[in-house]
Design a protein. Sequence first.
Length: 175
Amino acid sequence: MDKSRLKKTKNILEYFNPVGAHETGQIGENPIGIPNNLMPSITQVADGRREHLSILGNDYETADGTGARDYIHVVDLVLAHTRALNQNKLDKFEVLNIGGGKSITILELINFFEYVSGVEIKLKYLPWRNGDLAVFWANSLKAFEKMSWEPKRDIKQVCEDTWRWHKNNTKGYEP
């Protein structure tokens, strides 16, 4: 890697909902307290630490009424960073969207997780927040064109890797 390039270029990678864990099950997300993100909330319901998963809104204009978002596997995100550091096609201060390029609903994500884990996730619906969009996803075409990057892992892989991490590390990084 040309280290002088790192000082000259200020690129911005805009993430869309990073989720997952390393496929070995050795590196994953371990939030302290109540998670702010969906996947650790799901795993805490799956292991019994939380009674249910609160879903904000079930009357969006989507296939099942829950919000739809674009999720990107954390390993694909790391590879996007590596690719950005090791290429020369980006202009200074260029912004690239880093996402899966499609959206899935919260219930679809939960269904994948339940299938992978074999655990039913109990749900509680709450009103949606003002300003939330029904559907949101990334257009990562520029990332592909400028640095030949595209995500390789799908939502099933996200769920498998997340569940593997969680089963292997029920107390997170604590001894």
